[in-house]
Design a protein around this ligand. Structure first.
Ligand SMILES: Cc1cc2nc3c(=O)[nH]c(=O)nc-3n(C[C@H](O)[C@H](O)[C@H](O)COP(=O)(O)OP(=O)(O)OC[C@H]3O[C@@H](n4cnc5c(N)ncnc54)[C@H](O)[C@@H]3O)c2cc1C
Length: 384
């Protein structure tokens, strides 16, 4: 079949991989010049089944309302009226009863995806600064730790082995951490980290050279017109998916939830190698080889803009300097990206309601790097 994929982020390139391996003739259209330049550029880099917990809970709603007027809080919500934002929040609240089942489902997808990435990297010789030292979740608050214990039972049911660690064990796992206020944590060695952008670039080159995938720089506005010279279209356009779907009369509930990262170049010997997740601050870390440390986090509901605001970057630097007091923060590269977030935090992997030859693989939210190998394969299996 002749297939067009819209978007060359992580969802687009993994989808193209599985389809072209099944002998489909694939073209990827993207308005950007290079693959992986939007949200798949400088994210937290964790391939993390242990971060499968969906955000739909009353305790998160309560926290959000407390943070509403604090400029440097982990979550920022603009109060400007917006119909799409408010209807998204309503659906978010309506999804609270499905939180446990969605967390379980996400964790299962993530476990599958983790293995698929290892297969792709091995089969196609892809090097993307992988660090396999597990992911350590840290807690400074008793309530949060108790909540993590409950979530861990769901992860266990999904097949993820993650265990509780005390303060001393945390120090043994990551000796560089200052850890003054840490009261406990959870650790697993199944999850790992790797540079999403490098992965997208290298997989794209494999797609071009080995699987004859064509890349075209093009801003797509009209899906029906694009269908004239192809058998099928798959929309993998991240936050752009909503507008494309709207063009064929379909309403996808995807909101752009902004996040920030800093890449610390030459962080020095006092920087961590174990990937961390600070659940209360909503901050993750990933070591990208000897010379780079990525720190990412925060969630902002402020519409479609990727402006980098200093008051959102400063907490990430402060976090690094507090937890790793001797780290070198002289050379820092800030970045902001928009998570394509659905209200129930589940990706949209399905055929369009209105056009039989249009599919979606989008809406991966805070876990797009983790889940895309799985959903890319799922779309390809659906077509078989
Ligand atoms: C701060 C931050 C930290 C994160 N950390 C993690 C993490 O640690 N682990 C994890 O699993 N996930 C993480 N994520 C989430 C993850 O980065 C995203 O879910 C993922 O990158 C989304 O990939 P995508 O392919 O759907 O979208 P994108 O990477 O945004 O790709 C979409 C592509 O579609 C193109 N496009 C859109 N509209 C059109 C159009 N009309 N015509 C042509 N082209 C179009 C765009 O140019 C773009 O290249 C993080 C996100 C953020 C912001």
């Amino acid at each position: 079949m002749k297939i067009k994929i819209i978007g060359s982020g992580i969802t687009g390139v993994t989808t193209a991989y599985y389809l072209s391996k099944n002998n489909h003739q694939v073209t990827i259209l993207d308005e950007r010049r290079y693959p992986g330049m939007a949200t798949s550029y400088a994210n937290g880099c964790q391939i993390s089944a242990s971060n499968s917990e969906t955000w739909n809970s009353w305790s998160n709603v309560k926290k959000a309302s407390k943070w509403l007027f604090k400029k440097d809080a982990p979550l920022l919500i603009s109060l400007k009226p917006s119909l799409s934002k408010y209807s998204w929040f309503l659906k978010f609240i309506n999804s609270i009863p499905s939180r446990n089942i969605n967390t379980l489902e996400t964790c299962k997808m993530a476990i599958n995806s983790n293995k698929l990435y290892q297969e792709i990297a091995q089969d196609e010789n892809i090097e993307y600064d992988v660090v396999k030292k597990g992911i350590l979740h840290i807690y400074k608050n008793k309530n949060e730790l108790n909540l993590a214990r409950k979530i861990n039972l769901i992860y266990k049911n999904a097949g993820l082995e993650r265990w509780e660690v005390n303060k001393n064990e945390i120090k043994n796992i990551e000796p560089k951490i200052y850890g003054k206020n840490i009261i406990g944590g959870f650790y697993n060695t199944f999850d790992y980290t790797g540079d999403i952008h490098k992965f997208c670039i290298q997989l794209s080159s494999v797609l071009r050279n080995k699987y004859n995938v064509t890349f075209k720089k093009q801003h797509v506005t009209n899906i029906k017109k694009e269908l004239l010279d192809t058998d099928l279209i798959i929309i993998c356009a991240g936050i752009g998916s909503k507008k494309l779907a709207h063009g064929i009369g379909e309403n996808l509930s995807i909101y752009p939830v902004k996040g920030y990262s800093i890449t610390i170049n030459n962080p020095g010997e006092p920087a961590p190698w174990t990937s961390l997740l600070d659940d209360e601050e909503k901050i993750v870390t990933a070591r990208l080889g000897a010379n780079r440390l990525r720190i990412a986090g925060t969630a902002e509901f402020t519409g479609y803009n990727t402006d980098i605001k200093w008051e959102r970057i400063r907490p990430l630097i402060k976090w690094a300097e507090y937890n790793f007091p001797n780290i070198n923060t002289e050379d820092i590269k800030p970045w902001a990206g928009l998570r394509p977030m659905t209200p129930n935090m589940m990706p949209i992997v399905k055929r369009s309601k209105y056009l039989n030859n249009v599919y979606y693989n989008t809406g991966h939210g805070h876990l797009g790097w983790t889940l895309s190998a799985f959903t890319g394969k799922k779309i390809s299996d659906l077509l078989l």
